[in-house]
Design a protein around this ligand. Structure first.
Ligand SMILES: *Cc1c(COP(=O)(O)O)cnc(C)c1O
Length: 376
């Protein structure tokens, strides 16, 4: 039997090999290695797909967040609110820019920033909030936007894990990443829309922000060798643009496969008292970047060990709250703790999830989980 993969990119590639190979060859023949026509074509197609005015590609998802925050023109010491249960990149770029990350707890059901925890955290220095659409579904953007309007905050959506999801609020509707002032995404190979290296993109409906974002991504230049502002070097490769342009029309089908696989897991694990399967929000579709369980009887680590022994891959996203990470300890008072974040870090475990998962593989995975708990 073939070894089970957490993310199987080979199967996906084998289906689109001729188109991908040809597109990559065209980039090589044209020598448009950094940006170039394929990249601009992809930016335009992504803007159309997201129904957003501007898309600016960049080197990776972390840069997308960094450039987005740079474009806001904040002052050192200004505060940016982030959920405490996320990938470190979300807070990392805030700290790098000499701003202060304010870590806020998350909800236990959908793992998103807890709006009720926000009011107590806002100060006169708070300038922006970065909701993270964790594991594939949108944060309650109606609530985030209402809160942000009230306190005049910028909203940057970290959409690295939810590209393609639809936000269906009562006040706001649209593709994930397009509700706030700026949306950021990643094309890291294992993301829902992955390229064959690093890549990222920033989207906005604001013409002024788009102009700064484009300028910052290219050393602060508008005219070659004229540097009006401090920027950085963050550009998408031609090869990545070509790969992404082929995969973009397939994104909805890939996400639908992920959704179907999630429903299969749900039904295979439905009778297990100690397992909470993913909770879907009413205001968002779910594109299952991760299929993440909560193990509520304290045996998450034992289960992980058991799966490892049986060569069943899994992921623990995320094992340590941001504020407990050495690098971020100086941003919180000693003994700082967020209840839900602590609990989730001890309970979550993610199962293999990708666009080409088959039911037989899922049955094998779940039979190991069930026999672990039933002591067989
Ligand atoms: C992957 C990811 C990023 C960073 O993207 P890279 O392309 O790896 O830099 C940022 N935020 C979240 C939530 C992510 O999952």
């Amino acid at each position: 039997m073939q070894k089970i993969q957490m993310v199987d990119l080979k199967k996906q590639y084998s289906e689109i090999k001729p188109e991908i190979d040809q597109a990559i060859q065209e980039v090589i023949d044209s020598c448009a290695f950094v940006r170039g026509p394929k990249v601009f074509e992809f930016e335009a197609n992504l803007a159309k797909y997201l129904n957003v005015k501007h898309v600016v590609s960049c080197a990776n998802g972390t840069d997308a967040l960094q450039v987005a925050v740079m474009a806001l023109g904040l002052e050192p010491g200004d505060e940016v609110i982030v959920p405490s249960f996320t990938y470190a990149a979300t807070a990392e770029i805030i700290a790098l820019l000499r701003l202060k990350p304010i870590m806020v707890d998350v909800t236990l059901d959908t793992f998103e920033i807890d709006i009720s925890d926000l009011e107590t955290q806002v100060t006169s220095k708070t300038k922006a909030i970065i909701p993270v659409h964790l594991f594939g579904q949108c944060t309650n953007m109606d609530a985030v936007m209402t809160f942000a309007d009230k306190h005049s905050l910028f909203v940057i959506e970290d959409n690295a894990q939810a590209i393609g999801a639809d936000y269906n609020g009562t006040q706001h509707k649209g593709k994930s990443g397009t509700i706030g002032h700026i949306g950021c995404t990643s094309f890291f190979p294992s993301k829902n829309l992955g390229c064959y290296g690093d890549g990222g993109a920033i989207c906005t409906n604001d013409d002024k922000l788009e102009e700064s974002i484009r300028q910052i991504c290219n050393h602060g230049e508008k005219i070659k060798y004229h540097h009006d502002i401090i920027g950085c070097n963050s550009r998408l490769d031609g090869i990545q643009g070509a790969v992404l342009d082929i995969k973009l029309p397939l994104l909805d089908a890939y996400n639908a496969n992920r959704y179907k696989s999630a429903q299969v897991y749900n039904s295979l694990l439905r009778n297990m008292d100690m397992i909470i399967t993913p909770v879907e929000a009413t205001y968002s579709t779910h594109v299952y970047h991760q299929y993440t369980l909560r193990i509520t009887n304290g045996k998450r680590d034992e289960l992980a060990e058991y799966l490892k022994e049986n060569e069943i891959p899994f992921g623990i996203y995320y094992p340590i709250p941001l504020y407990k990470q050495k690098a971020y300890s100086s941003y919180v008072k000693e003994g700082f703790k967020l209840k839900n974040t602590e609990l989730l870090c001890n309970e979550v475990i993610s199962l293999p999830m990708h666009s080409h998962l088959d039911i037989e593989t899922q049955e094998i995975i779940c039979s190991h989980i069930i026999s672990f708990f039933n002591g067989e």
